[in-house]
Design a protein around this ligand. Sequence first.
Ligand code: 5AD
Ligand code: SF4
Length: 474
Amino acid sequence: MAPPRKLHINSYGCQMNVYDAQRMVDVLAPEGFVETASVDDADLVILNTCHIREKASEKVYSELGRLRLARDEAAKGGRKMQIAVAGCVAQAEGEEIVRRQPAVDVVVGPQSYHHLPRLLAQAAQAGRALETEFPVADKFGFLPQPRPEAIRARGISAFVTVQEGCDKFCTFCVVPYTRGAEVSRPVAAILDDVARLADNGVRELTLIGQNVNAYHGDGPDGRPWTLGRLLQRLAAVPGIVRLRYSTSHPNDVDDDLIAAHRDLDALMPFVHLPVQSGSDRILAAMNRRHTAADYRRVIDRFRAVRPEIAFSSDFIVGFPGETEADFEATLALVTQIGYAGSYSFKYSPRPGTPAAEMPEMVPAAAMDERLERLQQLIDAQQSAFNKAAIGRTVDVLFERAGRKPGQIVGRTAYLQPAHVFPGHVFPGHVMAPDSIVGQVLPVRIDSLERYSLLGELAAMPPQQHAPPLAATGA
Ligand code: 5AD
Ligand code: SF4
């Protein structure tokens, strides 16, 4: 048998890329590829790229320069290293990539990952292979299922892509061009993936899509299902105890989604709902098709059915034409909503998008200053939110053993990391991480260390059969 070939994937950007990286590993496993953490001993290096902002995009070329040196080094030892560029930069820039960096063997867009084995073989023969088409066929039907060992190695929390692409065309955004039109996967295909994940220990699902709440996949009844309906069905899958979804658009929050938050305990009360700006003038220029007041009404609908619900958002500062007054409207909206956390970015013109043609670029110094002020407000809200957990007992889904002996790490409903030493509260009990990983248990939070909550188990796991330490003679 041929020795395994080593594969190193570097992923940038969003959760969809993290998920896609796993799919590429699954596609290449039958070809004899195993993952390696180091670039230097890799036979194949894949850069899974992000095109959302210029900084992310330019990083690819500096990284490729470094890879070329690693490839030359490998060649000196008689080993051939192949370099592939995947993801949204591959989709957007195609041939431009090999023009700027001729060491690249393969350029593959996000809709073509199932063709990777063929493209690699083609590149080995012809020196190069490029594929950035948007094929008509559904790529998901051609992607192999992950092997049970691969699922287990990835842990108890998994991403599942339920839709891809976006039809919203916000004027600043490249996604409709790089990921294409909105496409939803059929319910049956998702259920199939989820059953396999749950059978192999997955307890938490995050349904992902560029515009996930526009989901309208075919249901088993032949009619399109909403995201709310899909969540309701997934909550009934044995083993699945937590559900999340990301990223949503405020205009696609429908009554089914609100009902899912009302009815499903497994659906976590934490929603990422980007608003981008608090100024109606800027929202219109961004083609968001809603006002700040519309957004607040959407938030209120969630809060009416789940008072404990918390939100995060994305913001862009310095969109063309943004005045100090527009920016202050953003600060005012953030103050009104009160977020558990948020991401904020300086506007970055993307080639081919309408906003890139807009005059009135905000000067760099004003952008820096606005970003700083917004981030201060967001950070203050996040710390207040985290501090509010101190002294409370909250549910934690345990994920893995911690770095310190005896410590187990999990996450709260709001994705806050929680670090627990179970042995402290129930002295004399051997509590192997294995007995707790995958369970949701109440934890009394006593302190906060940076972004992590520290606490103690408030109840024993129900199936805890480990004998007291004394009985084992330890
Ligand atoms: N410039 C700055 N930020 C952007 N985003 C998307 N496009 C741009 C851009 N051109 C941000 C938005 C989006 C997040 C994923 O990235 O806030 O919600
Ligand atoms: Fe981009 Fe999101 Fe707007 Fe779609 S809804 S164009 S993904 S910012």
